[in-house]
Write a protein that binds this ligand. Structure first.
Ligand code: SF4
Ligand code: SF4
Length: 87
C-alpha cells in the first residue's frame, strides 16, 4: 500500500521547494494528485498540461492570471496559487 503523506510532510516539502526558489504562479503537490486532469480542463488560459508523469505541469506560466480555478476545482487540495510571485 502506498505511504500516506501527512499535511506536515506536505508543508515541509513545499516550504523547502520555495526556499530553493520555486517561482511559478501555481504549485502542484504531486503526492496528493490523482491525475484527474480537472485543473487542466478548468484553467481558462491553458496554463496547465499533463506531464509524462501524469501530473499537471505549469507549461505556460506567463499566461496564468491567478484566477484560482485550478485550486478551487481540485478535489484533493493538490494544487494552489502562490500568493507571492517573484518578478
Ligand atoms: S490560477 Fe487560473 S490561470 Fe492560473 S493555472 Fe490556475 S486556473 Fe489557470
Ligand atoms: S485537479 Fe488536483 S488531483 Fe486532479 S490533476 Fe489537478 S492537481 Fe491533480
Amino acid at each position: 500500500m502506498a505511504k500516506t503523506t501527512t499535511v506536515e510532510e506536505a508543508r515541509q516539502t513545499i516550504e523547502q521547494d520555495f526556499k530553493k526558489g520555486y517561482d511559478l504562479p501555481v504549485y502542484v503537490y504531486k503526492p496528493w494528485c490523482k491525475s484527474c486532469e480537472i485543473c487542466v480542463a478548468f484553467c481558462p488560459k491553458q496554463v496547465l498540461e499533463m506531464g509524462e508523469d501524469r501530473k499537471p505541469a505549469v507549461a505556460r506560466p506567463q499566461d496564468c492570471i491567478m484566477c484560482g480555478q485550478c485550486q478551487l476545482r481540485c478535489p484533493d487540495l493538490a494544487i494552489f496559487v502562490c500568493k507571492e510571485r517573484k518578478k
